[in-house]
Write a protein that binds this ligand. Structure first.
Ligand code: SF4
Length: 134
């Protein structure tokens, strides 16, 4: 799963760059800044979908602070959802690796969830995602 690991590292750098600009904002204001419409306007390079622009999940108030999800877990054999979200799924690849499918789950994109898990240090909020990856 080097693809995910590489993406994770690159994304954490992009996230930190934005957070370094927002030091004067309160936590609630930071979360508002990460709303999809604002991000499309002010952070066009944060997500490739902003160019169209297109939402990754079709929900009205999509928030991008937790791209990706703190509940996602990666091990050498599989990825899975730590809370067993009813909207999550799994796909078995040809090589046997089982991929967590989050395409129908909007848990991390809702502000009520983001407020619960909020940490200005994105990597710290995501610290359990790859704890068993190696
Ligand atoms: S997006 Fe949903 S299914 Fe995927 S890891 Fe997070 S909570 Fe679980």
């Amino acid at each position: 799963m080097t693809g995910y690991k590489d993406w994770f590292e690159a994304h954490s750098i992009k996230h930190k760059k934005i957070m370094d600009k927002l030091t004067n904002l309160s936590d609630d204001e930071v979360i508002e800044y990460f709303r999809f419409d604002n991000m499309v306007q002010n952070e066009p390079d944060f997500c490739p979908l902003y160019k169209e622009p297109k939402k990754c999940h079709d929900i009205k108030e999509l928030n991008c602070y937790f791209c990706a999800c703190p509940n996602f877990r990666l091990t050498p054999q599989k990825s899975f959802c730590d809370i067993e979200s009813i909207n999550g799924g799994s796909i078995k690849a040809k090589d046997g690796f089982i991929h967590q499918d989050c395409s129908k789950c909007s848990v991390p994109h809702k502000e009520v969830y983001i407020k619960k898990k909020f940490d200005r240090d994105w990597k710290n909020a995501m610290k359990f995602v790859m704890k068993d990856a190696n």
